[in-house]
Design a protein around this ligand. Structure first.
Ligand SMILES: NC(=O)c1ccc[n+]([C@@H]2O[C@H](COP(=O)([O-])OP(=O)(O)OC[C@H]3O[C@@H](n4cnc5c(N)ncnc54)[C@H](O)[C@@H]3O)[C@@H](O)[C@H]2O)c1
Length: 265
């Protein structure tokens, strides 16, 4: 029997900024490969279509749904669509997020607000509308995507992102205790500096004037294991936390960073 046979999973941000293995895309495809029926949620239809392409023979287990996870009404529609298509929700993976550069002086108030909405309020909102379904059946697993930027300085100021990701870690712990007696587990994956398409498509422009090689060299230098993981590595951690193998694990994190955050220099 496959690990997620008869489970229904929602993955937010199941597209990716470019072709290849972003985190949400890897999670959606891996869940389908391992037996789950998956609602792959994104606001961009083309990115979702690429996810289906990568799913190959497992694409039949994935339904796509357009949703903006910063919008309460859009999330309520998404939850209703999941119940309509699959009848229940067992797993919620909150994966949408991304950084904007700058400390408090450089960052505008508008960017701060949109970063918090995008990275943190989105997790509150999806939890708000999915938890009642899990509470009714007295079971469920939520996995939230944070970042090592939420626990360490990781090479550049991204004040709102860091604050939001730290907030996700603590929000997960609070929800974990609140809902433990209802059979619902809540954990966090804390990825470090991965080589996902986001590096080529956004970060290199944001950080080093588009010089991808320079950015990759900077990132690899910080990683004791000496190579960069990708979306499949954070997916491995997320799937473990979402699975019944983690039945005694709640309110904690798995850091997926090749040892970066434990090194002092
Ligand atoms: N890539 C990394 O190196 C890295 C490192 C640490 C943490 N993370 C975290 O992993 C998660 C995924 O990162 P990624 O780089 O794989 O993502 P990505 O940027 O490649 O893809 C994110 C997807 O989310 C979708 N999306 C954006 N806003 C949305 C919204 N409001 N509603 C619905 N969908 C929306 C986008 O269309 C895109 O398909 C994020 O939370 C990110 O902070 C990534």
């Amino acid at each position: 029997m496959k690990r997620f046979e008869s489970k229904v999973a929602i993955v937010t941000g199941a597209g990716c900024v470019g072709p290849g293995w972003g985190n949400g895309r890897a999670m959606a495809v891996r869940l389908a490969e391992e037996g789950a029926r998956v609602l792959a949620v994104d606001r961009d239809p083309e990115r979702l279509a690429q996810t289906l392409d990568l799913a190959g023979e497992f694409r039949g287990s994935i339904e796509t749904h357009l949703c903006d996870v910063t919008s309460s009404s859009s999330i309520q529609e998404m939850v209703a669509a999941c119940l309509d298509k699959f009848g229940t929700i067992d797993i919620l993976i909150n994966n949408v997020g991304g950084s904007a550069a700058g400390g408090p002086v450089e960052m505008t108030e508008e960017v701060w607000d949109s970063q918090i909405a995008f990275n943190l309020k989105s997790v509150f909102l999806t939890s708000k509308y999915v938890l009642p379904v899990m509470l009714e059946k007295k079971s469920g697993a939520i996995v939230n995507m944070a970042s090592t930027s939420g626990i360490r300085w990781t090479g550049s100021a991204q004040i709102a992102y860091s604050a939001a990701k730290a907030g996700i870690i603590q929000m997960s712990k609070v929800m974990a205790v609140q809902y433990a007696s209802s059979g619902i587990r809540v954990n966090t994956v804390v990825p470090g500096q991965l080589h996902t398409p986001m590096v080529e498509f956004r970060l290199a422009k944001q950080r080093v004037g588009g010089d991808v090689d320079e950015l990759l060299a900077q990132r690899i230098k910080r990683i004791p294991l000496g190579f960069m993981g990708d979306g499949r590595d954070s997916a491995s951690a997320a799937l473990f936390l979402a699975s019944d193998e983690a039945r005694f694990i709640t309110g904690t994190e798995i850091v997926v960073d090749g040892g970066m955050s434990v090194r002092c220099n």
